[in-house]
Design a protein around this ligand. Structure first.
Ligand code: PLP
Length: 497
């Protein structure tokens, strides 16, 4: 299978090339040329598989220039030994019709691990297939969770250097500590004065600047990306939506053909896009429910067809969703317009020139048939976390809380009672303060670990071992740079000046 750029149909690359490069030179994102299809037999087969085998099967549809042995090596390396009970994506039943897809049982306690544990394997193999021993320089912009998950995945991986930029005031205390204490000889972390969008725009600008690419080449280096603009981030996320449906089949919670709704707390639109791909591949998915926090640009877009980033930016309890430019929407627009790259390019140019664009009616209709958009602010999110805990004893982090609230609103509005899978994207222990407040507990302690212990004592939930371990570590990375200084920071970290 080959990949086109969302902004230029003449660009055509292999899957290894798409992963090695991260983003197309025209600024577009790589998208698969065809949509593989899963039959009933495929889904029944997956229902009988463990996660590793399911991963190999799903990846093999998209990564056709990797051998079966290579994919097995990638999936085993990623999913054996790194997740609690070797179950990367368990489903927890929270009501008669709702399941929580717990994607935070990995090393950094957020769903990013599902893709970032495997991306290093995919990328190093891709680099071997496509280039000649160049060192890959991975630049990451993070709203909190990607940074740590990427650092953890790539630390001390041969032939790779990784540099992470995070918004200085835009991540939780625990997220920051996870990143600044990262071990490894090939890692760098720097805060920027700005928000996630500034970090992401800065990184994309560096990536697509030919002059900077040339400087790296002179040092036998090349950029790549571990953000969800990289196809290698999106494709592993498709696995767990397919696997969820297969799990429901296996547990006889659903019969084949019956649809499941999917609810996803959304920021950069990567996770929900993966659910869309699963649906397009033939998994019986009903509504794709896109949940936003107070930064509800996607809610407005789904309801009106206008994407408008000329609005206030809010710092919320769910920092990994504090985003106004959802990169992966570009991939969806490409598919909804049947691959109209010129149109997508025009919209994206309008977005960067004026901060907005409006899609045509046909595209809007398709969008609304597939998706429901809703949002919840911090107050509503805390309420639902508190109520869930009281009612079902189920503890959700604030990102998952946003999804739970939007799901509640959706059901009340539509009376749609199909089985629903709610993506639970982070451990509550990454956001102790907000969660303690949500369940009506004192959260005034200054020390993060004291807050964790209070949360554990109150709820009976165990603190994840990787968070306990942080307590003993000293921060290694304390630099802050201006958003205009990102390139300088990169060259310093790489030792190029
Ligand atoms: C990254 C993240 C999200 C948003 O996912 P996208 O793929 O960016 O839409 C939601 N919740 C958590 C905890 C995250 O880390």
């Amino acid at each position: 299978m080959n990949y086109n750029s969302t902004r230029d149909q003449n660009v055509c690359v292999s899957s290894a090339q798409a992963i090695a490069q991260g983003i197309s030179v025209d600024g577009g994102l790589f998208v698969p040329q065809q949509m593989p299809t899963l039959t009933k037999e495929d889904l029944v087969e997956i229902a009988g598989m463990n996660y590793v085998d399911a991963a190999v099967k799903v990846l093999s549809y998209f990564l056709t220039d990797y051998t079966h042995e290579e994919l097995v090596e990638c999936a085993k390396g990623a999913y054996v030994g790194s997740f609690d009970d070797d179950q990367p994506a368990p489903l927890a039943k929270i009501s008669d019709t709702a399941y929580s897809l717990e994607l935070w049982h990995g090393p950094t306690c957020a769903f990013k691990d599902l893709a970032l544990q495997i991306l290093p394997y995919l990328l190093t193999k891709a680099a071997k297939k496509t280039s000649d021993g160049e060192t890959k320089v991975i630049l990451v912009a993070t709203s909190g969770d990607t940074g740590k998950a990427a650092l953890e995945g790539f630390a001390d991986v041969d032939g790779v250097k990784i540099l992470v930029f995070y918004p200085s005031d835009g991540v939780s205390a625990m997220q920051k500590l996870q990143m600044t204490t990262q071990k490894g000889n090939n890692v760098g972390v720097c805060a920027i004065r700005g928000n996630f969008d500034d970090a992401q725009t800065g990184v994309k600008t560096i990536f697509t600047d030919p002059q900077k690419g040339k400087i790296l080449k002179e040092h036998n280096m090349a950029f790549s990306s571990a953000n969800s603009i990289n196809w290698g981030r999106v494709v592993p996320q498709i696995i767990y939506y397919i696997y969820s449906y297969a799990t429901l089949l296996r547990e006889e919670a659903i019969s084949y053909g019956e649809e499941m709704n999917v609810v996803v707390p959304t920021g950069n639109f990567g996770n929900i896009l993966a659910a869309y791909y699963a649906k397009e591949m033939g998994v019986p998915v009903g509504k794709l429910i896109c949940a936003s926090n107070q930064n509800n640009i996607l809610t407005d877009f789904i309801r009106t067809g206008t994407y408008d980033r000329n609005r206030d930016f809010y710092t919320t309890l769910s920092p990994s969703m504090d985003i106004l430019i959802s990169s992966n929407l570009e991939r969806l627009l490409y598919h909804l317009t049947d691959g109209n790259a010129a149109q997508v390019k025009a919209w994206m140019e309008s977005l960067s020139a004026t901060g907005k664009y409006t899609v045509d009616d046909a595209t809007k209709e398709k969008l609304q048939n597939l998706f429901y958009g809703g949002c919840a602010d911090d107050t509503l999110t805390k309420q639902v976390i508190g109520a869930q805990f009281e009612k079902n004893g189920y503890l959700a982090d604030p990102h998952t809380g946003v999804a739970l609230k939007v799901y509640e609103t959706y059901v009340a509005e539509t009376q749609d009672t199909r089985v629903s899978v709610i993506a639970s994207t982070a451990s509550p222990f990454k956001f102790c303060k907000g969660v303690l407040e949500a369940i009506g507990q004192d959260a005034s302690a200054k020390d993060e670990f004291a807050l964790c212990e209070a949360l554990s004592a109150k709820t009976g939930y165990a603190i994840p071992a990787s968070i306990v371990a942080l307590k003993e570590l000293q921060p290694r990375f304390t630099d802050i740079c201006e958003k205009q200084e990102m390139w300088q920071t990169v060259t310093t970290m790489l030792g190029l000046n």
